[in-house]
Design a protein around this ligand. Structure first.
Ligand SMILES: *Cc1c(COP(=O)(O)O)cnc(C)c1O
Length: 521
């Protein structure tokens, strides 16, 4: 018999209060207009659809006028209702104001003046699929919660294994929220593969005379060095591989650098190459790096966040020559496959090593109990527990339009970038900093009358005025210590004439800046 303890006594008092709760429950009527009501949903969605249609139809050339955040804050605060214990009545006009404010303050990705960043106006069907996912809500780390997304993940994976040339392997693919997380997951798998003790014993379990180190391109994305910090490897153990003029890893220097690292007592367990560097879109020599890393038993990871999507195009996939040799690589579908953020595909050549990312022993247990359903779970391969069924955003347009919906756009953007390069080559007052390897292109405006010594950054000044004048949105990047202008072509509605207009605009702005400066100096 259980003695009547204090807890039980407390429970009795609680039950007494139930009557009060019950009374409150009946008082608290659900409002006539129920925010969860399907009819209410339908009318709201109809309204939103018309707003979005107008939004997409507005392809006017414009840049990005930034709103003073304090003004925006005030506007947003005004849109908040007063708090009350009853649910407020639905106000369509107010929703319209909220959404209009949201849309009008965004980067105008569908404008033909937008040449600034690596994200695009997504394929509408992809966005619609995302909307559906948000309403039906199927977190996809487990088959049980998201059946179709997990099956589809297998289909998409198989398509890519074919494109990569992994037919004779036992590969794995997992989706994760963003390239940064995917890069970290891959490096974690590489680390655990080379240091099997580390998962259990932590960094203390490492032989102090053989410290884990990682070799990366000088121009590697910051998410890699960040992951290295998180994984306890340490910045001092990041070996930088020199790059050539095209900002690709200098293949003939790699072995020397690796030998030097080994002589210092470092165990380089992973080499990270880029397929489309963020700065200029450079693609490292994957094929040759594949041979070197295989010979030295180093894990080769390719960060294809930007350019990995080239695999989709028969005309462009040669750019990723040797991709079948890598141990892991990633593609951000929310960049060059035009789906809304985020959707990243992480590939492993060897399925068993994919499981090594997160606690190897547990995955063995998992394997034993695997049934026909749990076989499709991805939880053991990805960091996230609740995960969006992001694969649907890539697969639904693929199923509906075929792969060409991706490859045609990619090829157009690539050709447009080559054309922009040739356009710059014949201008006397512009210089190209590289022949573009993807859809990213960097150049500078260097007119004859540019004063030799300026006390400010000329290219940066141009970029900032350009943005403020509100017609074009381009970015800038530093190359060898100098700021240069950078365009990323993500919009297939841009014609080469638009790029020529951009150059004229840059000339006008540049000349104005020079005139002002000369007047005052
Ligand atoms: C964008 C990018 C990343 C980071 O990916 P996110 O999806 O933004 O987290 C990593 N590497 C490269 C080369 C990138 O271009």
């Amino acid at each position: 018999m259980i003695p009547l303890n204090e807890n039980l006594v407390r429970n009795f008092t609680y039950i007494e209060n139930l009557a009060v709760l019950e009374h409150d429950f009946h008082k608290n009527k659900i409002p006539a207009e129920d925010p969860f009501d399907p009819e209410q949903f339908k009318s709201t969605a109809d309204l939103v659809n018309s707003l979005l249609k107008n939004h997409l139809a507005n392809t006017k050339t414009r840049g990005l006028k930034l709103t003073d955040p304090t003004i925006l804050l005030e506007k947003a605060m005004k849109l908040m209702g007063s708090e009350s214990s009853t649910v407020a009545k639905f106000d369509a006009k107010k929703l319209e104001s909220i959404l209009e404010l949201y849309m009008s303050t965004g980067i105008p990705v569908q404008s033909t003046g937008y040449m600034g960043r690596q994200f695009s106006s997504p394929l509408p069907l992809s966005g619609i699929t995302d909307f559906v996912s948000s309403i039906i809500n199927q977190p996809s780390s487990f088959y049980e919660a998201a059946q179709l997304p997990n099956v589809v993940e297998q289909i998409v994976a198989d398509k890519f294994y074919n494109l990569i040339g992994w037919n004779n392997h036992d590969p794995a693919m997992v989706t994760t929220s963003g390239g940064s997380l995917a890069n970290m997951t891959a490096i974690l798998a590489a680390r655990n593969n080379a240091f099997p003790e580390i998962w259990k014993k932590g960094v203390m379990g490492i032989d102090k005379n053989l410290l884990p180190a990682i070799a990366v391109s000088e121009d590697v994305h910051y998410s890699i060095t960040r992951a290295v910090g998180i994984l306890g490897i340490g910045e001092d153990q990041v070996i930088k591989l020199p790059t050539n003029k095209k900002k690709q890893i200098c293949i003939n220097q790699v072995e020397t650098v690796l030998d030097e690292a080994a002589a210092k007592g470092l165990k380089v367990f992973c080499l990270v190459a880029s397929a489309g560097s963020t700065s200029i879109g450079a693609i490292d020599p994957i094929n040759e790096l594949g041979d070197i890393t295989r010979k030295r038993n180093i894990w080769l990871h390719v960060d294809g966040a930007h350019g990995g999507g080239f695999l989709m195009s028969n005309k462009l996939k040669h750019k990723l020559n040797g991709i079948h040799k890598v141990d892991s690589f990633i593609i951000d579908a929310h960049k060059m496959l035009f789906v809304p953020g985020t959707c990243t595909l992480l590939f492993y050549k060897d399925k068993q090593k994919a499981k090594g990312a997160f606690q190897q022993k547990a995955s063995y247990v998992f394997e034993k109990n695997e049934d026909i359903y749990t076989k499709y779970d991805s939880a053991e391969k990805n960091f996230e527990c609740t995960k969006r069924p992001m694969i649907m955003n890539l697969w639904v347009p693929w199923a509906m339009y075929g792969k060409s919906v991706y490859s045609n756009k990619l090829e157009y953007l690539y050709q447009l970038t080559q054309k922009a390069y040739r356009t710059i080559l014949i201008q006397k007052d512009f210089i190209a900093h590289h022949q573009p390897e993807s859809n990213i292109f960097c150049f500078s405006y260097i007119p004859e009358n540019l004063p030799k010594i300026l006390n400010f950054d000329f290219q940066l000044a141009i970029r900032n005025v350009l943005k403020e004048e509100g017609k074009f949105f381009i970015s800038k990047v530093e190359i060898d210590g100098n700021t240069v202008l950078r365009v990323v072509f993500m919009n297939h509605n841009i014609k080469i004439e638009k790029f020529e207009q951009l150059l004229d605009e840059i000339r006008n702005i540049g000349q104005k800046i020079i005139k002002n400066w000369t007047k005052n100096n």
